[in-house]
Design a protein around this ligand. Structure first.
Ligand code: GDP
Length: 654
């Protein structure tokens, strides 16, 4: 990128930029014309950090001090964790050493639907971190560089794995080696000889992985041989394979690709087993292979070294059980565990589009249990699991950790290596937004006007390119709030506008805003399908102008609620995720269905919902008057308790 272009982006004169870069640790020369593209992001981040620090006035610093001083002892003892301006959810979980699921649930509670690989900004991370009992601080530019250099994340990953996981899971094995040494034959032979129990004779389908059994123990094989697939997964940051089998033909010995995959495993810290194949051949020379291994410091076990070598004949299906035994031995040393509870997450190992089935993907479940009906997000793709099948096309209701399964129900095909995650709570979030929306644009006759929830509110979903512009917009938006209307950001994020944003905009009725942020291809299509407008801006004042216009609209379009009556809750008959069936007595006025219900406990409003159906003496009725008992279906968050008062309102939009 040209230096002038970068200066323009950073809104700084080119000269000043060039003079300041060395201070930030970027020595590109005072007369440089171009900046290496790989450095651009780093410079932008370092620059905004510098700006942020400079702009943090003394007063703000003082406020922070006071706030910190106010905290109770527990907070003072809280472990301090330093993070950069933005951090990817998965990495954040690793740094905090909490299971990713837990962190995601915490995010969801705050209305943020970030995916595993999405970045959250410092403010969000700070709130979540404090909720989890940490004290979060911002990394300085120098610390950031240092942290990256240490590469501590791998170590942390190991700790997390052990902390969160308690249940044994099958090892996941990848087969690699030089071309023609027999990878495919080994994979086929294993699949045929060690099928799981009842499946023998079943017709297998290629789904990218399969499972075999030895002495009641299961092993998962990725059946796309070759290190390209392996590399693709690594580049997306997911470590899928636990053990590698490196196939070496006994008549050909170590070849360039053999050395390459050995190096790859050593670099990635993946234990490997050498399968010396084709021992049935007359020209086979097992000792030659062992000598060559010893020459590169990989002495075989039977020669006093540490390298496990198993001679096999894939073609004649000989000694394959020994190979499986060795895999299990290695797996035992690794203590492979997973947590089958909670929301599932896994890695996509194969995808394609099927004429009849639509987008098809194979996912290797790595934590939690994947279930039918789960709502999932894979990168930019969303979906609802409609079918879970194994390599025999057998249907399942669920898949535990370590199991590779073919799934149907995705809206689009994701990429191999993408992380799939279940977002089971999306409905709760939708529900929450619905409620917020119900209270927007309304004034309640006879209700206290100081109730913040009663001020007409315009929900917003905001995506920006960088944290700096996000902060500026939030600050400017807060100035538009008045006691008549307010704009409320229900979700904010960096980067592309995603499918989930569109879904949430639809459910919450929020105005979806992109500032220097575009929708992903699938989100664009989804928005078109759902007729959701994406408001894109390049200039802040334009954005503010339009938000103001929307706020004026909701001010004039107010809804009046007239109280019809009140019900005292006497019994709870059913509590579901999004509704309740309760019984009570009408104590005032008369109530009718299709009305708004305010749940009041000890004089305080708890929530708003809808009175969807009314019953009296087991009959569905349209009205129940004071003095009579009734049953009703309440649509909303299931929070009603015996003794609560339900105030029933008729809504009128003017
Ligand atoms: P890949 O390129 O590593 O996947 O190798 P293949 O599995 O396609 O095998 C290459 C060739 O070696 C094929 O012709 C196989 O039939 C043959 N082959 C594989 N395993 C054995 C074995 O154990 N013994 C013999 N004699 N031939 C084998």
């Amino acid at each position: 990128m040209n230096v002038t272009e970068l200066a323009r982006r950073l809104k700084v004169p080119t000269k000043e930029l060039l003079e300041t870069l060395p201070e930030l640790g970027f020595d590109i020369g005072k007369r440089a014309i171009k900046v290496d593209d790989r450095l651009v992001d780093k410079i932008i981040r370092a620059w905004s950090e510098r700006k942020r620090r400079a702009s943090m006035s003394e007063q703000e610093a003082k406020i922070k001090e006071v706030k910190l001083g106010d905290k109770d002892e527990k907070a003072a003892d809280a472990p301090v964790v330093k993070i950069p301006d933005t951090i990817v959810v998965r990495e954040y979980a690793e740094i905090l050493q909490v299971p990713v699921n837990k962190l995601m649930i915490e995010l969801m509670k705050n209305g943020i639907m970030a995916t595993l690989n999405q970045a959250i900004d410092f403010e969000t991370a700070n709130i979540i971190g404090e909720d989890l009992g940490f004290k979060i601080e911002r990394l300085s530019a120098e610390e950031k560089e240092a942290a990256a250099a240490v590469g501590q994340d791998l170590k942390l990953k190991e700790i997390i794995r052990q902390r969160a996981a308690t249940t044994d899971r099958p090892p996941v094995v990848i087969v690699m080696g030089h071309v023609d040494h027999g990878k495919t034959t080994v994979l086929d032979a294993l699949r045929e000889t060690n099928v799981i129990g009842s499946e023998s004779g079943g017709i297998t389908q290629h789904i990218g992985a399969y499972q075999v059994e030895l002495n009641g123990r299961i092993i998962t094989f990725l059946d796309t041989p070759g290190h390209e697939a392996f590399k693709a997964m690594r580049s997306r940051g997911s470590k899928v394979a636990d053990v590698a089998v490196i196939v070496v033909a006994a008549d050909d010995g170590l070849q360039p690709q053999t050395i390459e995959v050995i190096t790859l495993c050593q670099k990635e810290n993946i234990p490997f087993i050498i399968a010396i194949n084709k021992v049935d051949k007359e020209t086979a020379d097992i000792d030659r292979v062992k000598t060559e291994l010893a020459e590169i410091n990989l002495s075989p076990e039977d020669w006093g070294g540490k390298t496990i070598c198993v001679p096999i004949s894939a073609k004649k299906k000989e000694n394959l059980d020994s190979l499986l035994e060795m895999i299990l031995l290695v797996a035992d040393v690794e203590e492979l565990k997973a947590d089958p509870e909670g929301l599932a997450a896994g890695t996509i190992i194969e995808t394609h589009k099927d004429k009849n089935e639509g987008p098809v993907a194979t996912v290797l479940v790595q934590t939690g249990t994947l279930r039918l009906g789960n709502l999932v997000v894979v990168g930019d793709v969303t979906g609802k699991i409609k079918a879970i099948k194994d390599e025999y096309d057998k249907n399942y209701d669920s898949a535990p950790p370590g199991k590779p399964v073919k799934i149907l129900g995705l809206k689009n095909t994701p990429e191999v290596g993408d992380v799939l995650e279940v977002v089971d709570d999306i409905r709760l979030i939708k529900q929450k937004h619905k409620h917020k929306h119900m209270s927007s644009g309304s004034t309640i006759t006879g209700a206290s006007s100081d109730d913040e929830a009663e001020i007409p509110t315009l929900p917003l979903i905001l995506r920006t390119d960088v944290v700096g512009s996000q902060e500026a917009i939030i600050e400017a938006l807060s100035k538009l709030n008045s006691d008549k209307t307010r704009a409320k950001i229900i979700k904010k994020g960096l980067g592309y506008i995603t499918d989930v944003d569109i879904m949430e905009a639809e459910n919450s009725g929020a105005m979806l805003i992109g500032f220097h942020a575009k929708p992903s291809k699938s989100a664009e299509q989804l928005a078109r399908d759902k007729k959701i407008t994406i408001h894109q801006y390049e200039i802040i004042y334009k954005l503010l102008e339009e938000v103001k216009t929307e706020l004026d609209k909701i001010k004039t379009q107010q809804t009046t609620r007239v109280e019809l009556g009140q019900i005292k809750v006497l019994a709870i008959f059913k509590t579901a995720k999004d509704h309740m069936i309760v019984g009570g007595e009408v104590t005032k006025g008369k109530v009718t269905p299709n009305t708004v219900v305010k749940v009041v406990r000890n004089g305080e409003t708890q929530d708003l919902g809808k009175l969807a159906e009314l019953q009296s003496s087991k009959e569905i009725v349209t009205e129940v008057a004071a003095g009579q008992q009734c049953g009703l279906r309440y649509n909303g968050r299931p929070i009603i308790e015996v003794g609560d008062t339900l105030e029933v309102y008729q809504e009128k939009t003017e």
